[in-house]
Design a binder for this molecule. Structure first.
Ligand SMILES: [Zn+2]
Length: 176
């Protein structure tokens, strides 16, 4: 892809230069850095419940959020369809996880009383090694998605909005 861009840039530059009798133009500077990457972002909305057992305020109570989860994926080159990846494919990859989280109660694995109650009443819940904060949920989503992506596509970041004004973003390794 870098080579194609380089050739295409040279062609545009030559055409412009010819037209302007060699007068320097803005095209003398690359329009796009040849070292580049594409970032695809896709958002999902879903309701979840949780309880933060270590929190001293209201969050220690079971409560819910309509969270927005954003997956950002990186590619340094495009696939055979000239895409990072089809948005639809990202949804397909995410669907099993989203279905499991939808209307689910997220709890600390040490939250025995609440777990016992939900299990006994056949309610939907997932336990975490720690409180199920938005931060912990970003790690959970990253662990899910990281080994399901096609070759040459990497997770750039996972971001979760608990509401319009509060969000957490987990940025992955080399992309920081
Ligand atoms: Zn909360």
């Amino acid at each position: 892809m870098a080579k194609i861009l380089e050739e295409s840039y040279k062609k545009v530059k030559d055409t412009i230069k010819e037209g302007l009798n060699g007068i320097p133009t803005l095209f003398d500077k690359p329009l796009i850095s040849l070292q580049h990457k594409y970032i695809l972002r896709k958002r999902f909305k879903l309701p979840i419940g949780h309880r933060l057992s270590k929190h001293e305020g209201l969050c220690k109570n079971v409560h819910g959020h309509n969270i927005v989860c954003e997956i950002a994926l990186v590619a340094y080159d495009l696939n055979d369809n000239d895409m990072v990846i089809d948005f639809k494919k990202v949804k397909e990859i995410m669907n099993p996880l989203l279905n499991s989280l939808d209307h689910c109660c997220l709890l600390n694995e040490n939250d025995f009383d609440d777990i016992k109650h939900l299990a006994k009443n056949n309610r939907k819940y997932i336990t975490f090694n720690g409180d199920p904060t938005a931060e912990v949920l970003t790690e959970y989503i990253y662990n899910y998605i990281s080994d399901k992506l096609p070759e040459n596509i990497y997770t750039h970041s996972i971001r979760i909005w608990e509401n319009d004004n509060s969000d957490i973003e987990l940025i992955i390794g080399d992309n920081i």
